[in-house]
Design a protein around this ligand. Structure first.
Ligand code: HEM
Length: 483
């Protein structure tokens, strides 16, 4: 084959040279002419986004960002068009409420919705649609709804305790991560679809839940590919058909659950009732309902289970704090029945332990909040890096619940830097529900069991990487009934 007298090898060599020239040209532009050229950062990261993507898909980005802040200061250029901030004021500037409503910047869709064909949900909706969705979904999180949801949540916590009692004692160990996941997925499954996933009942993950964990790692790869549309198309063309079918199957399962919830005809104070009531008026398709209920489940279950796993690990490796929080709980109640939503809200040390775990092990972690400013710069805050900085928190790597209780040793901490639920019009809608679930579950577990960490899990937190979620291995603990 010949083109204008050139052979195949000439054409290949020319294409290669053209590609190298293009990459070099781009890198030189990024280093010397780009509007962000004067911001500090490592040479490779300033020259090309590939260096950032490499850290993202290795799952080490969040930890690397802390080192970068130490070396380059509170604002670092981590990709040609991206700045990360380790400054408490950045929260407000990036996400705070604006006069007239809305947030200052649009979200970065390459991060939040890497594929155009995915239906829009509350997390990825543009400003106006987001406002409508949020106002409607907020009904499910009202005080009244949460009061009515209390017996549902209690039912699953009762079942958790029963299951753990069946398994504890005589040298047995349990993987507490799995049990927290079973519980929080069952609770939110019930609150979003009117039926649980049956994880606690069957003492196993439901395939829907398993698929979510399997997709998390792929998510970072797609966030990387979203930067390179041609590569994305190539990967899609080569992707095994089976993977696409599994994704379809997952969405079908969600739709089937939703259909059953709609056909039940019951009015419930749950998390989707608001949307279902507006379904016809807004012409909400099943795809959109599916997308939003999936977000509720993923956002409301994995996060809470992660934090519960984190706080359990931190307590079991900090004996004094474990004894103190256990004494607070066991001293406050005469019977387990008294441990309810209201009672657990007034347990200061329990709350301080949860806050400290949110600081050391923020669920979704390490996630960024990318947004575009008009000049198409992405701006981001990385929670893990921000919270492990001595600039903001004394003894930043240690578990010190006292810092949240006014201990003068930590008077210099910059609490404004700590925003695990984000701030502004797109902050976490489920924050109150999360606190209630976390307090009730932790209080009931500590009331019922003396806990000890199993030797093989002592470096559980150290080994983890982040792929949108913390990639948590099993956390083995020994439980002994306390009564
Ligand atoms: C420890 C537990 C939790 C943490 C740390 C957490 C954190 C967050 C964060 C950081 C966001 C902002 C995400 C973004 O825009 O990038 C968010 C949004 C959201 N969360 Fe949570 N969350 C937790 C539990 C829950 C629970 C239990 C629910 C209940 C279903 C929930 C529902 C939501 C919803 C609906 C949004 C979207 C809000 C919007 O875009 O307007 N979250 N959460």
């Amino acid at each position: 084959m010949a083109l204008l007298g050139l052979g195949i090898w000439d054409i290949t060599s020319l294409s290669f040279v053209a590609l190298i020239a293009y990459i070099t040209n781009n890198a030189l532009y990024n280093l010397f002419l780009h509007p962000l050229y004067s911001y500090p950062g490592p040479l490779l990261m300033r020259a090309t986004r590939l260096a950032y993507c490499y850290r993202l898909i290795r799952g080490t980005l969040s930890f690397d960002i802390l080192d970068l802040h130490k070396k380059y200061g509170p604002v670092v250029r981590v990709a040609p068009d991206e700045l990360v901030f380790a400054d408490a004021a950045a929260w407000k500037e990036i996400m705070g409420h604006q006069k007239g409503g809305g947030e200052p910047f649009e979200k970065n869709m390459k991060f939040y919705r890497p594929f155009d064909f995915l239906p829009v949900d509350i997390i990825s909706a543009p400003r106006e649609e987001h406002g409508l969705l949020r106002r409607t979904m907020a009904h499910g999180f009202s005080e009244r709804s949460m009061r009515e949801q209390q017996p549902i949540i209690k039912g699953y916590v009762d079942l958790l305790i029963r299951r753990l009692r069946e398994r504890c004692g005589q040298g047995n160990r349990v993987d507490i991560v799995a049990w927290y996941n079973y519980t929080t997925f069952d609770v939110i499954g019930d609150l979003a679809f009117g039926e649980s996933f049956g994880c606690l009942e069957n003492s196993d993950y439901h395939p829907w839940v398993k698929a979510i964990f399997e997709l998390a790692r792929a998510g970072t790869v797609f966030q990387f590919l979203a930067q390179y549309p041609l590569l994305m198309r190539l990967v899609f063309a080569l992707m095994p058909k089976k993977l696409m079918e599994e994704q379809e199957h997952h969405m079908e399962l969600t739709k089937a659950k939703l259909r059953r919830r709609m056909e039940s005809g019951k009015e419930r104070s749950d998390l989707v009732e608001g949307l279902l009531q507006k379904k016809d008026e807004w012409g909400l398709t099943l795809d959109k309902l599916q997308a939003n209920s999936s977000i509720l489940i993923i956002g409301g279950s994995e996060t809470t289970a992660t934090l519960l796993s984190g706080v359990t690990f931190l307590l079991l490796t900090n004996r004094a704090a474990l004894e103190k929080v256990t004494a607070e709980i066991r001293g406050a109640f005469n019977s387990e029945e008294e441990i309810n939503f209201i009672a657990v809200s007034s347990m200061p040390y329990l709350l301080a332990c949860l806050e400290e775990a949110l600081r050391l092990y923020p669920p979704g972690g390490a996630t960024v909040c990318g947004n575009y400013v008009p000049e198409k710069t992405i701006v981001a805050v990385h929670q893990w890096a921000m919270y492990h900085s001595e600039t903001h928190f004394k003894e930043a790597f240690s578990f010190r619940p006292e810092r949240w209780l006014g201990d003068p040793v930590f008077a210099g901490d910059n609490k404004d830097a700590f925003q695990p639920f984000h701030i502004g019009p797109r902050n976490c809608l489920g924050r109150n529900l999360a606190y209630i679930e976390m307090r009730i579950i932790l209080a009931r577990v500590l009331w019922n069991f003396d806990m000890r960490i199993s030797g093989e899990s002592l470096d559980w937190m150290k080994k983890q990487r982040v792929f949108n979620f913390w990639e948590k291995g099993p956390l083995y603990v020994h439980l002994t009934p306390a009564r």
